[in-house]
Ligand binder design. Structure first.
Ligand code: ATP
Length: 858
């Protein structure tokens, strides 16, 4: 809002008319009496007021409880002091009411008419009718200071009452108002030579003596507010209460006229702002006055429109005492400003202070002032034009920058502090975490070392085991090579010494029944390998083996060697491990003995080609006994050692299981026993022989006793006497051979129980290898059969009797060797083909083959 070009005309509280009616002078007021040095202008105004019969608003007119606003008027002297003095000189009589004239023809428009009144005369230049002048008397001022008043007069009359109240704990405000250049600043600040109100006030307050230190009262275009806060103890000695008072001295900027000043630009804006502030200040006081006159009128809140009025709110609302000092210039050129000020400020003398608030809160006042300053600056920036805003913005920017810098510094400081704390916490956390991690890593390292040590130890163990395995393999290889050599040797020996193809074929057949595994090179020291070996040998016997079969097939029927070799292998590798090597060796011995015995017997009878080997009498004599014992032992071995071995003698098929073969073996043994029992009825001798051979539970003595039945000589004697080659039991063939022998001692009809086993076995047996050995055995069988017939027809007789007694044993041996029971065949024929035709066919086929093949050792 732009400042008005001319201030609004204040209401005219007092109108001084020319030639007013004379009235009685009012009684002297205390204010007048209190002013011993009233200026001539005041006295003039008082006189004029008295003349105008307009009672001024003296303070004495108000009640003691009701104090009015003090308004002082100070008329600035004209630059020419002399003229001012002439003008101010009182004019006695009518001449006093003449318009004073300035020296040099100049006139003044304002003259003091009394201590509390002034007379404002319209200049001639401004009068429409020069003959009719117009004078306005403004009365009721607290005091009118003429141009010749001094600074001390102003201080003593205006400032001392406020200062007394301030020192007494009451706040007060002194505001200097007036147009520009009217002497407001001069009144407040003064000069070094003529100090103003403020220096004198401070001097009094602080007892300052040096008046010359006051800087020289320059003109400013600002609202100057000087606030003095005073705190003092209360007058009561017993009380510690403090009284606080604020003495405010405001040097307001005077309103300016644009035409007169000629301000432009920012200066014009500043002038307008100042004028606006002064107008707001006046509006607040006018509103207060109107409100006091008519309580129905609300108190306008004009104080909100400027910082000054905000700051001085309490005073402008009549709660605190305020004093106005009007500074005017008395020249005609200043008539308008002076008239305006007098019309504006003279009514303020009627403002009353009914309830003063002497309390003052410094803190709240400071806060209020700060808030007011902020709002005022904001509003100031809002109303200013761009040119001013640029300057203000620069200032504000500088201030804001400084504030921002400080704020940024403070924020940065806080941020750095928080960051430092956070980093410290993080450092602590990370340190603890690193320590924990280090501990865990140490533990893992120890565990890793332990694991590595354990792995090294395990490696060492593995190496040791490997070394042991290699050693065992080497030993095994050595054993295998040794066994192979021995096998070859045994085979060769057996092929030379033996001619028992039947038993060999049987043993080979039995071995063939053990397993069908074609692996021939496996001579491992294991039980299973035993079967492999047996299978190999059996295959070799049937000329199916790929390796050793050539050597053995080259023997052309010397299957005994095969049996022997297989037995040797078994003895060396398997049976030795289970403690049966000794017995196997014994079987070897018995086998040799039986061979020799058989050869001797053959030679003795002349039916069979004599053996090339010599006869051992002692062995021959004990052959039967040992043979029985060996058969029993080998049968025990067969049963106790391995069911697989037992099955070998019973099975013809390779695929049969071990358990099944064991059962078959047991069944066969039982059948044998049963068969023997049956035969006992028909042939007591045969019965005894059978019992001797097939008895598995009887001991050697019983076997021997069975050989020495009544009417029978001992086997040794009989052999010696008859010179009959005893039939070989083939114990040296190992379990398989023994089993075969034992099993083959069964009756054909019982073997038929095996069903398909018998043909298979016989077919295997009737291989060329076995057939080559058949003639000698077959002849023995025929002879045995004839002997049996003889025994049956002629139970008595010397030689025949002896032969008959021995015939069952020989027959048994033959049966064991060739696996064919000739007697059984004969019996079977006699029974009317009651037995199995298969067995019969086998016998016939066997006999045919034996007969067709020439005797090897003929
Ligand atoms: N009573 C006085 N006696 C002698 N010189 C005076 C007196 N009053 C004013 N002057 C002179 O008048 C001139 C202007 O006075 P001053 O600066 O006080 O006016 P102002 O009202 O403060 O003006 P503004 O409002 O512009 O500041 C000054 O040079 C000052 O010395």
């Amino acid at each position: 809002m732009a400042a008005p070009s001319e201030p609004a005309s204040p209401p005219s509280p007092t109108t001084v008319r020319r030639n007013p009616p004379r009235r009685a002078r009012p009684p002297p007021t205390p204010l007048a009496s209190a002013k011993p040095k009233a200026s001539s202008l005041s006295r003039l105004l008082e006189d004029e007021a008295a003349a105008a019969s307009i009672p001024p608003p003296p303070a004495s007119s108000s009640s003691p409880q009701e104090e009015r606003l003090k308004v002082y008027l100070r008329i600035r002297p004209l630059p020419n002091r002399e003229r001012c003095k002439a003008v101010a000189r009182p004019i006695p009589g009518k001449d006093q009411r003449r318009k004073p004239k300035q020296a040099g023809g100049g006139e003044v428009c304002l003259v003091p008419t009394g201590p509390n009144s002034v007379a404002l005369t319209v200049p001639q230049s401004k009068l429409l009718d020069p003959k009719r002048g117009r004078t306005e008397v403004f009365d009721g001022f607290s005091a009118v200071f003429s141009p010749d008043s001094t600074q001390l007069d102003i201080f003593e009359q205006v400032m001392n009452p406020l200062l007394d109240d301030f020192l007494g704990g009451k706040s007060g405000l002194l505001v200097a108002m007036g147009p520009t250049g009217s002497g407001k600043t001069h009144t407040i600040f003064g000069s070094p030579r003529n100090p103003g109100v403020l220096p004198l006030t401070l001097r009094r307050i602080f007892n300052a003596q040096d008046e010359n230190k006051v800087a020289d009262r320059p003109a400013s275009r600002s609202q100057c507010i000087i606030t003095i806060h005073g705190v003092r103890k209360s007058g009561d000695a017993d009380s510690d209460s403090l009284s606080r008072a604020v003495l405010t001295i405001a040097d307001l900027a005077g309103a300016e006229r644009e035409r007169k000043t000629g301000n432009q630009g920012s200066r014009l804006l500043e002038s307008n702002f100042i004028n606006n502030t002064s107008m707001v200040f006046s509006l607040c006081l006018r509103s207060l006055l109107e409100h006091q006159k008519n309580q129905k009128k609300p108190l306008e809140m004009h104080f909100k429109n400027s910082m000054l009025t905000r700051y001085l709110r309490d005073y402008l609302e009549g709660r605190k005492k305020m004093t106005l000092i009007l500074n005017v210039k008395p020249a005609d050129d200043d008539y308008l400003d002076t008239s305006f000020l007098l019309r504006q400020a003279s009514p303020y003398m009627k403002i009353k202070y009914t309830s003063l608030d002497d309390s003052s809160d410094l803190v709240s006042t400071k806060r209020s002032n700060a808030s007011l300053i902020y709002q005022e600056n904001k509003k100031k920036r809002k109303f200013q034009k761009p040119e001013v805003l640029v300057v203000e913005r620069k200032k504000n920017t500088d201030t804001d920058n400084i504030t921002k810098v400080s704020e940024e510094d403070e924020a940065q400081h806080k941020f750095l502090s928080s960051e430092l704390q956070r980093v410290s916490r993080s450092e602590t956390i990370m340190t603890n975490f690193a320590r924990a991690l280090w501990t865990v890593l140490k533990q893992y390292k120890n565990k890793l070392l332990e694991s590595e040590n354990a792995a090294e130890s395990m490696k060492e163990l593995i190496r040791d085991k490997d070394t042991q395995i290699m050693q065992l393999k080497k030993e095994l290889e050595i054993l295998n090579s040794h066994c192979s050599c021995k096998n070859v040797l045994v085979t060769e020996d057996a092929s030379i010494d033996r001619d028992d193809s039947v038993s060999s074929g049987q043993s080979g057949q039995n071995l063939l029944s053990l397993s069908s595994k074609p692996d021939l090179g496996c001579y491992d020291a294991s039980v299973d390998n035993f079967h492999l070996v047996a299978g190999e040998v059996s295959k070799e016997l049937t000329c199916h083996g790929p390796d050793n079969s050539s050597a053995r097939c080259s023997l052309k029927g010397e299957s005994v060697s095969c049996d022997t070799s297989s037995i040797s292998l078994i003895d060396e590798q398997e049976l030795s491990s289970i403690g049966l090597k000794v017995e196997v060796q014994a079987i070897h011995k018995k086998l040799d003995a039986s061979e020799r015995f058989s050869e001797q017997t053959s030679a003795h009878t002349g039916d069979i080609a004599p053996s090339s080997s010599h006869s051992d009498n002692q062995s021959d004599q004990s052959f039967t006994e040992h043979h029985m014992l060996q058969c029993q032992r080998t049968e025990k071995i067969r049963i106790s050692l391995s069911p697989q071995c037992t099955s070998c003698s019973k099975k013809a098929t390779i695929e049969q299981s071990e358990e099944g073969t064991e059962e078959l073996s047991k069944t066969t043994v039982e059948d044998i026993q049963h068969d023997n029992n049956t035969r006992e009825v028909e042939h007591p001798d045969y019965l005894s022989s059978s019992q001797q051979v097939n008895s598995e539970t009887e001991d050697v003595s019983s076997s021997q006793s069975s050989l020495q039945l009544p009417g029978m000589v001992s086997p040794q004697k009989k052999l010696d006497e008859l010179d009959i080659e005893p039939e070989r039991c083939e114990p040296g063939g190992g379990k398989a051979n023994v089993e075969y022998v034992t099993g083959h001692s069964q009756a054909p009809e019982q073997r038929s129980d095996c069903g398909d086993l018998v043909p298979c076995l016989l077919k295997e047996i009737t291989s060329p290898v076995k057939a080559s050995k058949a003639p000698s055995k077959v002849s023995e069988a025929e002879e045995g059969a004839d002997k049996k017939k003889g025994l049956a027809s002629r139970p008595g007789g010397d030689t025949k009797k002896t032969r008959r007694r021995l015939q069952p044993a020989a027959s048994m041996m033959l049966k064991e060797l060739i696996g064919v029971d000739l007697d059984a065949d004969t019996k079977r024929e006699e029974r009317g083909k009651s037995s199995s035709s298969v067995a019969t066919g086998m016998s016939e086929e066997l006999i045919r083959l034996v007969r067709a093949r020439p005797v090897r050792r003929a």
